[in-house]
Design a protein around this ligand. Sequence first.
Ligand SMILES: Nc1nc2c(c(=O)[nH]1)N[C@H]1C(S)=C(S)[C@@H](COP(=O)(O)O)O[C@H]1N2
Ligand SMILES: [Mo]
Length: 409
Amino acid sequence: MVGLAGAAGTALAQQPPGAASASAATPASGNLPPAVPEWTGKPGAPTGGKLYGVPSLYEKDVVRHLRSTDKQYFSSSTRTPLQELDGIITPNGLFYERHHGGVPEIDPAQHRLMVHGLVERPLVFTMEALRRFPSESHIYFLECSGNPSYTAYGKTAAEANGLVSCAEWTGVPLKTVLEEAGLKKDAKWIIAEGADAAAMNRSIPIEKCLDDAMLVYSQNGERLRPEQGYPVRLLLPGYEGNMSIKWLRRLHVVAEPAYTREETSKYTDLMPDGKARKFSFYMEAKSIITAPSGMQRLPGPGFCEIRGIAWSGHGKITRVDVSVDNGQTWQEARLQDPVLTRAITRFRLPWRWDGSPAVIMSRATDETGYVQPALEDLLAVRGPNYFYHNNAMTPWRIAESGEVTNARL
Ligand SMILES: Nc1nc2c(c(=O)[nH]1)N[C@H]1C(S)=C(S)[C@@H](COP(=O)(O)O)O[C@H]1N2
Ligand SMILES: [Mo]
């Protein structure tokens, strides 16, 4: 009770739900106070038993979510278990994956990045050569623009919105490499292409390439994981994930976009007037409550900190509002520092659940003044064919039993 006594005496008039009290201790376990737990009574596992560390075996269920309907795994995705994470950084092993042709195993010694087209000096870089350039590190989110499609609302936060993650990326500003090659006057777009079996390619406007685009080789301090594009990927902060080409092998500098499959047939939005929205690039402001969230259970009425994440492709999150009455009234949540440009921002709101059914949701605002829409408002503008770029709010229903479910299901 040491830790709880302080809390109970200050802000919390009541013990947090789920906290163990001395009287509620499980009598079957000999590891609880006042006994000395068995792990204190003997030396632990030897140091160096695991030269690459892994989480506690009690956390074995904290894994990426693979949809059971995904029967093949070459063009597939896995989702970050948002509901299990704290802070703003996604651990590398839990970073979401989206692959169109599987994960290639690339020998970095045999990998090359080619820069050609409308440049003064066509260049081919080894990984060693790329790493000699002045480097930078930045924390940015990455989100798939299919996160989620309107038809695919999931039970958990991962299933509903887990195609978003956030990491500290290290690499070379793309601008530096382009300056080395020397852009010709007509250089307006760059077609980036991957070395995977999908040879995925996208046209990137030159303004973005000369702004904050990065050639990334490290993620959260270690080399990129194969799933994230080892040994080098493009990272376009705030843009839809699809454009951040992994396993990057080619940058073709051109005057016009290529209108590739991924920017015409896919990742475009068919609007009610029959025209398709294309080259929308930026992911708009979004947020989701990760706790309490779908498939979790409130142990009983009382104090409950509502926690979640917010992000915007257009810059910083300036505000997150939370409703606990299905959108009728809103309270401003507290944003956790650091609040970074194009990174995930953590928000929290202290709440006291009175035990009656409730629908909770969050609404993000970014530095452009843009406010995250409700699904109904988004659909009113974008129509029934709309599929990608869904940044609507996610409402969670809390039943009297404390059970939390997706209010849309
Ligand atoms: N070469 C290549 N790059 C790619 C892809 C791919 O299949 N091949 N998938 C894209 C898509 S759709 C997304 S959302 C992001 C996913 O990046 P991640 O797997 O590191 O999360 O990579 C993009 N870059
Ligand atoms: Mo994607």
